[in-house]
Design a protein around this ligand. Structure first.
Ligand code: NAI
Length: 278
């Protein structure tokens, strides 16, 4: 199957590191025009050219501002954007459209993890988790949808989590936010169906990143987690990116309103470790 995504304009939120950075790099490798959004990027910008009058300041992190990638490591545009801030989202989307004319694919990858049993959860932490994971997905989708409607096509792809299927103890805020992303995805899929825009969510299982620290856990704890997988290995960000390239392509034109499980068979069976002789 040839999945031709040449020249598609792809916006990936939370793309400064982790899974988002790999997703952005993969779409770039597929010939797309990629714009990475994040609160901040490690490398200092080679040049800053925020749109006149948008009030953004270099290093601000709360308003959109263009940064010209400084080398081969980040060969695509970067825009500072706080997905939980309506003004920042508006400014970022306006800048992408001004520069590229359209948006074909939106990947709502930006997310945060808030841990804590319900008895200890602070209201501010709960709200922050909802604001970024659910609110950010809502704000970005709402801002980008009219651009896709005008084009009569589009793909919105939302990061959910395996926690939306089977949550862990201590993940009430995170799991609730990701379950809500799934419900939001289903509704938006129907609302945008008349424009041939598909909206899907995906559920990674366990990709070691800065968010979860899986890779630095004691070996015993790692084994316990790996024992929940049919494919007994840590997931890579490339495993996620592979799925997203397919979902973004014309080949997935009849897939919408779904939660795509890309978790390596996490808890697909009760004790998958038995198949691995454990
Ligand atoms: P990460 O913590 O490594 O990267 C998240 C990125 O999002 C960071 O660059 C961060 O700056 C950015 N971000 C956070 N708040 C933001 C905001 N308000 N505005 C703009 N950008 C913001 O996380 P990771 O592991 O790469 O996760 C990416 C997505 O995948 C998240 O939505 C996460 O919930 C989801 N996921 C990850 C899993 C894993 O095993 N790593 C499993 C299931 C879901």
């Amino acid at each position: 199957m040839h999945l031709d995504l040449t020249d598609r304009v792809v916006v990936v939120t939370g793309a400064a590191r982790g899974i988002g950075a790999t997703i952005a790099a993969r779409f770039h490798a597929e010939g797309c025009r990629v714009v990475a959004l994040d609160l901040a990027f490690d490398e200092p910008a080679a040049a800053d050219a925020p749109a006149a009058g948008d009030g953004s300041a270099a290093g601000d992190g709360s308003a959109a501002g263009w940064e010209v990638a400084a080398g081969a490591a980040l060969p695509f545009d970067r825009v500072r954007c706080n997905v939980a801030d309506p003004d920042s989202v508006r400014a970022a989307v306006d800048e992408v459209v001004a520069r590229h004319g359209t948006i074909d694919v939106l990947v709502n990858n930006a997310g945060i993890n808030v841990e804590g049993v319900v008895a200890d959860l602070q209201w501010d932490d709960w709200r922050r988790c909802m604001d970024v994971n659910l609110g950010g997905t809502f704000l970005m989708s709402q801002a980008v949808a009219p651009v896709m409607q005008a084009a009569g096509r589009g793909r919105i792809i939302n990061a959910a989590s395996f926690a939306a299927i089977v949550p862990s103890v201590g993940s009430a805020a995170y799991a609730a936010s990701k379950s809500a992303v799934v419900a939001f995805t289903r509704v938006l899929a129907s609302e945008l169906g008349p424009w041939d825009i598909t909206v899907n969510a995906y559920a990674p299982g366990m990709v070691p990143t800065a968010m979860n620290g899986f890779a630095t856990m004691p070996a015993e704890a790692q084994d316990r987690l790996l024992d929940t997988l049919s494919l007994r290995r840590w997931e890579t960000a490339d495993d996620v990116a592979d799925l997203l390239v397919f979902v973004a392509s014309d080949a997935a034109g009849y897939v919408t309103g779904t939660l795509l499980d890309v978790s390596g068979g996490k808890l697909a069976t009760q004790i998958p470790a038995r198949a691995h002789g454990r």
